[in-house]
Design a protein around this ligand. Sequence first.
Ligand SMILES: [Zn+2]
Ligand SMILES: [Zn+2]
Length: 277
Amino acid sequence: MNDKELIIGSLDDSSLLPGMKLHFLGYGSGHNPKLGSNSAYMKLPGDGMLLLECGESVFRTLLGVRYFNKIKYLTIVLSHTHSDHSGSLGTLVPYVYRRTGTPVNIIYGNIRQRRELQGLLDNFGVPPMHYRLVSVRRANAINLERRVELFGGAPLFIEMMKTHHVPELACFSILIMQMTDDNPSQIFWSGDTDDFLPAIAMLQTFPNCHIYHEANTSHSISHTDMDEFNEALLTFADDDIRLADKWRKRITLMHLNSDAACRHATKLGYSVPRIGR
Ligand SMILES: [Zn+2]
Ligand SMILES: [Zn+2]
Protein backbone atom coordinates (compact mmCIF):
# COMPACT_ATOMS: atom_id res chain seq x y z
CA MET A 1 0.00 0.00 0.00
CA ASN A 2 1.45 3.35 -0.92
CA ASP A 3 1.23 6.51 1.18
CA LYS A 4 -1.71 7.86 -0.73
CA GLU A 5 -3.77 4.79 0.07
CA LEU A 6 -2.77 4.98 3.71
CA ILE A 7 -4.12 8.49 4.00
CA ILE A 8 -7.24 8.43 1.92
CA GLY A 9 -8.17 4.79 1.45
CA SER A 10 -8.33 3.44 -2.08
CA LEU A 11 -10.16 6.23 -3.81
CA ASP A 12 -9.95 6.04 -7.55
CA ASP A 13 -8.56 9.02 -9.43
CA SER A 14 -11.98 10.30 -10.42
CA SER A 15 -12.60 11.15 -6.75
CA LEU A 16 -9.56 13.40 -6.52
CA LEU A 17 -10.01 17.13 -6.62
CA PRO A 18 -8.15 18.93 -9.38
CA GLY A 19 -7.16 21.51 -6.76
CA MET A 20 -9.01 23.36 -4.09
CA LYS A 21 -10.08 26.29 -6.20
CA LEU A 22 -12.50 28.70 -4.61
CA HIS A 23 -14.96 30.53 -6.86
CA PHE A 24 -16.15 33.70 -5.19
CA LEU A 25 -19.81 34.75 -5.31
CA GLY A 26 -19.26 37.99 -3.40
CA TYR A 27 -16.73 39.59 -1.09
CA GLY A 28 -18.46 42.50 0.60
CA SER A 29 -18.93 43.05 4.31
CA GLY A 30 -22.45 42.98 5.78
CA HIS A 31 -22.85 46.73 5.32
CA ASN A 32 -21.33 46.74 1.84
CA PRO A 33 -23.86 44.75 -0.21
CA LYS A 34 -22.55 46.29 -3.42
CA LEU A 35 -19.81 43.66 -3.50
CA GLY A 36 -22.23 40.84 -2.64
CA SER A 37 -22.32 38.70 0.51
CA ASN A 38 -18.88 37.26 1.19
CA SER A 39 -19.09 33.70 -0.08
CA ALA A 40 -17.30 31.15 -2.28
CA TYR A 41 -17.85 27.66 -3.57
CA MET A 42 -15.66 24.72 -4.49
CA LYS A 43 -16.56 22.05 -7.04
CA LEU A 44 -16.69 18.53 -5.64
CA PRO A 45 -16.56 15.18 -7.45
CA GLY A 46 -19.86 13.80 -8.69
CA ASP A 47 -21.30 17.23 -9.52
CA GLY A 48 -21.27 18.37 -5.92
CA MET A 49 -20.69 21.77 -4.43
CA LEU A 50 -19.13 22.89 -1.16
CA LEU A 51 -20.46 26.35 -0.29
CA LEU A 52 -18.65 28.56 2.22
CA GLU A 53 -21.12 31.03 3.74
CA CYS A 54 -24.66 31.60 2.53
CA GLY A 55 -25.46 35.30 2.97
CA GLU A 56 -28.26 37.44 1.58
CA SER A 57 -27.09 37.75 -2.05
CA VAL A 58 -25.85 34.17 -2.43
CA PHE A 59 -29.03 32.51 -3.72
CA ARG A 60 -29.56 35.08 -6.43
CA THR A 61 -25.91 34.94 -7.52
CA LEU A 62 -25.84 31.14 -7.55
CA LEU A 63 -28.80 31.03 -9.91
CA GLY A 64 -26.56 32.66 -12.51
CA VAL A 65 -23.74 30.11 -12.04
CA ARG A 66 -23.83 27.40 -14.72
CA TYR A 67 -22.20 24.81 -12.45
CA PHE A 68 -24.81 25.36 -9.74
CA ASN A 69 -27.58 24.52 -12.16
CA LYS A 70 -26.25 20.99 -12.64
CA ILE A 71 -25.23 20.07 -9.09
CA LYS A 72 -26.49 16.81 -7.63
CA TYR A 73 -25.76 17.61 -4.00
CA LEU A 74 -24.81 20.62 -1.88
CA THR A 75 -22.81 20.89 1.33
CA ILE A 76 -22.76 24.21 3.19
CA VAL A 77 -20.38 25.40 5.90
CA LEU A 78 -21.07 28.68 7.67
CA SER A 79 -18.69 30.54 9.95
CA HIS A 80 -21.68 31.97 11.85
CA THR A 81 -25.29 32.98 11.36
CA HIS A 82 -25.14 36.76 10.92
CA SER A 83 -27.44 37.53 8.02
CA ASP A 84 -24.62 38.34 5.58
CA HIS A 85 -23.49 34.71 6.13
CA SER A 86 -26.82 32.89 6.43
CA GLY A 87 -29.55 35.04 4.83
CA SER A 88 -30.02 32.80 1.75
CA LEU A 89 -30.51 29.54 3.66
CA GLY A 90 -34.29 29.85 3.76
CA THR A 91 -34.62 29.89 -0.03
CA LEU A 92 -31.52 28.02 -1.16
CA VAL A 93 -32.12 24.87 0.90
CA PRO A 94 -35.70 24.15 -0.28
CA TYR A 95 -34.73 25.08 -3.85
CA VAL A 96 -31.83 22.62 -3.96
CA TYR A 97 -33.82 19.89 -2.23
CA ARG A 98 -36.69 20.19 -4.71
CA ARG A 99 -34.34 20.20 -7.68
CA THR A 100 -31.99 17.39 -6.63
CA GLY A 101 -34.20 15.32 -4.32
CA THR A 102 -31.23 15.22 -1.94
CA PRO A 103 -31.19 16.92 1.48
CA VAL A 104 -28.68 19.75 1.74
CA ASN A 105 -25.82 19.03 4.15
CA ILE A 106 -25.19 21.83 6.62
CA ILE A 107 -22.06 21.32 8.68
CA TYR A 108 -21.80 22.83 12.14
CA GLY A 109 -18.87 23.38 14.47
CA ASN A 110 -20.43 22.83 17.89
CA ILE A 111 -23.77 22.30 19.63
CA ARG A 112 -24.30 26.02 20.09
CA GLN A 113 -23.99 26.62 16.36
CA ARG A 114 -26.26 23.66 15.66
CA ARG A 115 -28.95 25.28 17.84
CA GLU A 116 -28.49 28.63 16.09
CA LEU A 117 -28.80 27.01 12.66
CA GLN A 118 -31.79 24.93 13.70
CA GLY A 119 -33.59 28.02 15.07
CA LEU A 120 -32.92 29.92 11.86
CA LEU A 121 -34.16 27.12 9.60
CA ASP A 122 -37.25 26.63 11.77
CA ASN A 123 -38.05 30.34 11.58
CA PHE A 124 -37.56 30.30 7.81
CA GLY A 125 -40.07 27.43 7.72
CA VAL A 126 -37.67 25.02 6.02
CA PRO A 127 -39.02 21.46 6.38
CA PRO A 128 -36.54 19.19 8.23
CA MET A 129 -36.49 16.70 5.34
CA HIS A 130 -34.87 19.34 3.11
CA TYR A 131 -31.57 19.31 4.99
CA ARG A 132 -29.45 17.52 7.50
CA LEU A 133 -27.30 19.12 10.12
CA VAL A 134 -24.03 17.24 10.40
CA SER A 135 -21.29 17.90 12.95
CA VAL A 136 -17.92 18.57 11.39
CA ARG A 137 -16.53 15.51 13.20
CA ARG A 138 -19.26 13.28 11.75
CA ALA A 139 -18.85 14.82 8.30
CA ASN A 140 -15.17 13.88 8.26
CA ALA A 141 -15.97 10.37 9.50
CA ILE A 142 -18.60 9.88 6.79
CA ASN A 143 -16.20 11.12 4.15
CA LEU A 144 -13.48 8.77 5.31
CA GLU A 145 -15.92 5.93 4.65
CA ARG A 146 -15.81 7.22 1.08
CA ARG A 147 -19.52 7.87 0.98
CA VAL A 148 -20.29 10.47 -1.61
CA GLU A 149 -22.99 12.57 -0.03
CA LEU A 150 -20.88 15.23 1.72
CA PHE A 151 -17.66 15.85 -0.21
CA GLY A 152 -18.11 13.39 -3.07
CA GLY A 153 -15.49 11.10 -1.55
CA ALA A 154 -12.84 13.75 -2.22
CA PRO A 155 -9.86 13.50 0.11
CA LEU A 156 -10.94 16.50 2.15
CA PHE A 157 -10.77 17.04 5.86
CA ILE A 158 -12.44 20.04 7.48
CA GLU A 159 -11.68 21.65 10.82
CA MET A 160 -13.80 24.35 12.40
CA MET A 161 -11.92 26.44 14.94
CA LYS A 162 -13.77 28.69 17.34
CA THR A 163 -12.87 32.30 16.79
CA HIS A 164 -13.65 35.64 18.41
CA HIS A 165 -16.30 37.74 16.70
CA VAL A 166 -19.45 38.72 18.68
CA PRO A 167 -20.80 37.36 21.98
CA GLU A 168 -24.27 36.70 20.50
CA LEU A 169 -23.20 33.94 18.10
CA ALA A 170 -20.83 31.01 17.81
CA CYS A 171 -18.26 31.83 15.13
CA PHE A 172 -15.67 29.62 13.48
CA SER A 173 -12.71 29.81 11.20
CA ILE A 174 -12.73 26.97 8.69
CA LEU A 175 -9.67 24.98 7.65
CA ILE A 176 -10.07 22.77 4.59
CA MET A 177 -7.29 20.29 4.01
CA GLN A 178 -6.75 18.35 0.83
CA MET A 179 -4.89 15.17 1.66
CA THR A 180 -4.06 13.86 -1.76
CA ASP A 181 -0.35 13.12 -1.98
CA ASP A 182 2.96 14.10 -0.48
CA ASN A 183 2.15 17.73 -1.21
CA PRO A 184 -1.03 18.41 0.79
CA SER A 185 -2.62 21.84 0.55
CA GLN A 186 -4.93 23.78 2.82
CA ILE A 187 -7.36 26.65 2.72
CA PHE A 188 -7.85 28.77 5.82
CA TRP A 189 -11.11 30.74 5.76
CA SER A 190 -11.18 33.18 8.66
CA GLY A 191 -14.92 33.79 9.00
CA ASP A 192 -15.69 37.06 10.75
CA THR A 193 -13.11 37.62 13.47
CA ASP A 194 -11.00 40.18 15.25
CA ASP A 195 -8.29 37.56 15.82
CA PHE A 196 -5.80 37.26 12.98
CA LEU A 197 -3.08 35.36 14.86
CA PRO A 198 -4.36 31.88 13.85
CA ALA A 199 -4.05 32.87 10.19
CA ILE A 200 -0.44 33.93 10.68
CA ALA A 201 0.24 30.66 12.50
CA MET A 202 -1.19 28.77 9.50
CA LEU A 203 1.10 30.69 7.14
CA GLN A 204 4.10 29.74 9.21
CA THR A 205 3.08 26.11 9.71
CA PHE A 206 1.76 25.06 6.31
CA PRO A 207 3.77 26.14 3.24
CA ASN A 208 0.88 25.29 0.90
CA CYS A 209 -1.86 26.99 2.90
CA HIS A 210 -3.73 29.84 1.24
CA ILE A 211 -5.33 32.32 3.63
CA TYR A 212 -8.71 33.94 2.97
CA HIS A 213 -9.06 36.57 5.66
CA GLU A 214 -11.69 39.16 6.42
CA ALA A 215 -10.35 42.70 6.79
CA ASN A 216 -11.70 46.22 6.88
CA THR A 217 -10.51 49.80 6.86
CA SER A 218 -13.35 51.20 8.98
CA HIS A 219 -11.85 50.20 12.35
CA SER A 220 -15.04 48.35 13.25
CA ILE A 221 -14.83 46.28 16.38
CA SER A 222 -15.33 42.50 16.09
CA HIS A 223 -13.47 42.56 12.77
CA THR A 224 -9.88 42.53 11.55
CA ASP A 225 -8.31 45.92 10.94
CA MET A 226 -6.35 45.74 7.68
CA ASP A 227 -3.45 47.93 8.79
CA GLU A 228 -3.12 46.13 12.12
CA PHE A 229 -3.07 42.80 10.33
CA ASN A 230 -0.45 44.07 7.92
CA GLU A 231 1.75 45.35 10.73
CA ALA A 232 1.46 42.06 12.63
CA LEU A 233 2.52 40.19 9.51
CA LEU A 234 5.73 42.19 9.30
CA THR A 235 6.35 41.73 13.04
CA PHE A 236 5.97 37.94 12.76
CA ALA A 237 8.32 38.01 9.78
CA ASP A 238 10.93 39.63 12.07
CA ASP A 239 10.80 42.76 9.91
CA ASP A 240 12.03 40.69 6.97
CA ILE A 241 10.25 42.60 4.18
CA ARG A 242 10.85 39.88 1.60
CA LEU A 243 9.35 37.21 3.84
CA ALA A 244 6.32 39.40 4.58
CA ASP A 245 5.90 39.95 0.81
CA LYS A 246 6.05 36.20 0.25
CA TRP A 247 3.35 35.67 2.85
CA ARG A 248 1.13 38.40 1.36
CA LYS A 249 1.10 36.51 -1.93
CA ARG A 250 -0.63 33.67 -0.07
CA ILE A 251 -3.32 35.90 1.43
CA THR A 252 -6.60 37.02 -0.11
CA LEU A 253 -8.43 39.72 1.82
CA MET A 254 -12.22 39.49 1.69
CA HIS A 255 -15.41 40.72 3.43
CA LEU A 256 -14.29 44.20 2.39
CA ASN A 257 -16.15 47.30 3.52
CA SER A 258 -15.66 49.56 0.46
CA ASP A 259 -14.02 49.97 -2.92
CA ALA A 260 -11.35 52.02 -1.17
CA ALA A 261 -10.65 49.04 1.11
CA CYS A 262 -10.16 46.85 -1.99
CA ARG A 263 -7.70 49.36 -3.43
CA HIS A 264 -5.86 49.61 -0.11
CA ALA A 265 -5.57 45.80 0.11
CA THR A 266 -4.15 45.62 -3.40
CA LYS A 267 -1.72 48.46 -2.71
CA LEU A 268 -0.42 46.64 0.37
CA GLY A 269 0.28 43.56 -1.80
CA TYR A 270 -2.70 41.32 -0.99
CA SER A 271 -5.07 39.68 -3.43
CA VAL A 272 -8.74 40.49 -3.41
CA PRO A 273 -11.31 38.07 -4.82
CA ARG A 274 -12.59 38.35 -8.36
CA ILE A 275 -16.09 37.23 -9.05
CA GLY A 276 -16.41 34.37 -11.48
CA ARG A 277 -12.73 33.58 -11.45
ZN1 LIG B 1 -19.99 39.27 8.00
ZN1 LIG C 1 -20.56 38.63 11.50
